[in-house]
Design a protein around this ligand. Sequence first.
Ligand SMILES: Cc1cc2nc3c(=O)[nH]c(=O)nc-3n(C[C@H](O)[C@H](O)[C@H](O)COP(=O)(O)O)c2cc1C
Length: 177
Amino acid sequence: MSDVALISGSLRQQSLNTALLRRAAGLFPHDVETEFVRIDDLPLYSPDGELAQPAAVERLRAQLAAAAAVVVSTPEYNGSVTGALRNALDWASRPYGQSCLAGKPVAVIAVVPSPRAAEWARLELVRSLEVIGARPVGHFGLGGEDTAALAAGTLTEGAAAGLRDLLAGLALQPARA
Ligand SMILES: Cc1cc2nc3c(=O)[nH]c(=O)nc-3n(C[C@H](O)[C@H](O)[C@H](O)COP(=O)(O)O)c2cc1C
């Protein structure tokens, strides 16, 4: 069980979004536990398969249910979030009325090379999380020079400040005993 579940919308080995999530995890106080949630082995969602949940889906739902908060980082693919992330969110949201994200605070982040910083993907993700019944606390994107810096292994001051502000909105309680 972790305090904060981390989901990367990118399945790419050298993903900048996964790298950004690692950076974000490092901004929490030391007593906050973070844990990546795998989405690359989930089957494609279909309502037909909803009740017999495969092991990978059970694991996803258990991890998200146990977390106090979630941070999602996604690339923008064709003006939207990635298919892998979309699929994971659909699994998390069902069966109807049993969303494991219900009421869960979620911070949305994104990194792409474009200076538009994946605004479409972020806005779409926030709206989708609201429909699912989660509690998105805001979003923050990296693009342009911030992305170039991250690719070179550095978080710019502006990016670090934006992330800190966003993550503070998760209002995590001090460490459990
Ligand atoms: C299929 C595909 C579609 C993409 N569409 C967009 C897009 O609409 N907007 C954008 O800013 N970048 C777009 N990109 C670029 C990715 O967002 C960019 O490569 C990003 O760094 C990938 O994230 P990652 O490093 O975490 O894998 C696209 C990339 C791919 C592979």
